[in-house]
Design a binder for this molecule. Structure first.
Ligand SMILES: [Cu+2]
Length: 470
């Protein structure tokens, strides 16, 4: 985005601790007491956005509209620099991977392939430094036709592209699951700068109409990993030290810049490159032009007859600390770790319900998310009511008009008696290391998102619109 050009409205002093974006934007008014009582950024859809493209859920590169979606499984990724936005009105210089010539985005483009695919990924380097990609968990990776190995005389764990150059990687996607890809060059710095992304391998036989995460050993679908069509989500966790990013941005020689890691102070804790409350804005929201991936999980109560399947959330720890990610309302069911199903060699079920999905750096976990309406809230038409509070009790004026979820920008409708117009219900999900649920120690920000639960039945008929459609 041109208006985030580094020369605009920013001094070049490396000592300036924080940068300000030139244009004022929405700022969160946070309250430790009431998550429901906060302003939420409007997640408008991009103009010209295909009507069929979901404003929420996992966005796959080369996977629009069907199976097999990308029979050649060939991708071009461009490592480039850009800026992301945080809800405290900051912008941060980043490096990341974008598909082809698409604009800068963070995290890197999510790549989706099918089990058994011969995958080819050409990395083009438009950074000022050499860079590379490590496909964590893949074996037998080729780099420009030779086995990928650490490069003698460099700080790269695989063959790298020179600044302005390119390198092509190839591997066989042998096992379904969720994989992290990241820079293998000066990795501690480059991964922190944002050169990370997700790679999804679908099981053989997968269809969009009847999706599942894993196959059984014999190749049949593992029906215990079935999930509801379109209810597949990405939660990629990371952290950013903005002072470090600024020092790299203004370093006279980025390639020779030596980081003092004793000064490392992460201030932003992110899901999909976003800081709460931005995490719950829709995919491709114009409020977050370089952070296209929503982290909102949007389901309906589990109903064994009408809504038997859970959502699948693909979680990745792309940072350097452990993130104990904790859902409210229901435990997450872990069905896969590091792209391996939780099954015994005899086929026994080793899946487990987690109060907190304790993710160590580099780890991926596939979890099933359900919400069971144990107390019958959702059957009390019209769903779980949240009455409009008296004006004096509203923290931010008539805040019900400030959100795509709790209302629209208009006067109350006559007869309006509750804020959640379709009877929807929200649970938070967040890191249980609470210093990570903060931005510069301001609480209730950072690594936090929500699970939205719509009442049962026909969501559209209930007045429930997809997130971001108001
Ligand atoms: Cu909590």
């Amino acid at each position: 985005m041109e208006h985030f050009d580094s020369t605009e409205s920013v001094t070049s002093s490396a000592d300036q601790p924080r940068r300000r974006r030139p244009k004022a934007r929405w700022v969160a008014v946070l309250s430790a007491a009431g998550f429901a009582a906060m302003t939420i950024p409007l997640g408008a859809a991009t103009p010209g956005h295909a009507a069929t493209e979901a404003p929420e859920g996992l966005l796959c590169e080369h996977n629009a509209g069907g199976t097999p979606s990308n029979p050649t499984s060939s991708f071009v990724l461009t490592a480039k620099e850009g800026y992301i936005l945080t809800p405290d009105n900051n912008s941060i210089y980043m490096w990341s991977y974008s598909a082809g010539s698409k604009p800068f985005q963070y995290p890197g483009t999510t790549l989706c392939v099918n089990e058994g695919d011969a995958v080819t990924i050409t990395l083009k380097d438009s950074l000022k430094v050499p860079t590379s990609i490590m496909f964590v968990g893949m074996v037998g990776v080729l780099a420009d036709g030779a086995l990928s190995v650490p490069q003698a005389g460099t700080d790269s764990l695989t063959k790298q592209a020179a600044a302005g150059g390119s390198v092509t990687y190839q591997f066989l996607a042998k096992h379904p699951g969720t994989y992290l890809y990241e820079s293998g060059t000066n990795a501690q710095l480059q991964d922190q700068m944002g050169l990370v992304g997700a790679l999804v391998v679908r099981p053989k036989g997968f269809t969009d109409a009847a999706p599942y995460a894993y196959n059984l050993a014999g190749g049949a679908p593992d029906t215990d990993t079935n999930y509801k069509p379109t209810k597949e989500y990405l939660n990629l966790f990371s952290e950013v030290d903005p002072d470090l990013h600024q020092r790299v941005e203004f370093a006279p020689d980025q390639n020779g810049y030596v980081v003092d890691w004793t000064a490392y102070r992460p201030r932003y804790w992110m899901i999909n490159g976003r800081v709460f409350p931005d995490t719950i804005a829709a995919n491709d929201s114009q409020s977050l032009p370089a952070q296209p991936y929503s982290a909102l999980v949007h389901i309906q109560p589990r109903d064994i007859v009408n809504n038997p399947y859970p959502a699948l959330v693909r979680m990745l720890n792309a940072g350097v600390r452990t993130y104990p990610f904790h859902p409210h309302g229901n435990h997450d069911k872990v069905v896969g770790i590091d792209a391996r199903p939780l099954r015994g060699s005899d086929g026994s079920d080793l899946t487990r319900d987690e109060f907190s999905v304790n993710m160590v750096p580099g780890q991926t976990e596939d979890v099933l998310v359900t919400w069971v309406d144990g107390q019958g809230f959702a059957t009390d038409a019209p769903g779980i009511g949240v009455p409009v509070p008296p004006l004096l009790n509203r923290e931010n004026g008539a805040y019900w008009s400030g959100s795509p979820y709790l209302g629209t920008k208009e006067a109350p409708k006559s007869g309006q008696v509750q804020l959640n117009e379709c009877g929807e219900y929200y649970n938070v999900a967040h890191s249980h290391a609470l210093y990570q649920v903060a931005t510069y120690e301001t609480a209730a920000s950072g690594m936090l998102t929500m699970t939205r639960i719509d009442p049962p039945g026909d969501a559209a008929a209930n007045g429930c619109h997809p997130a971001g459609e108001g």
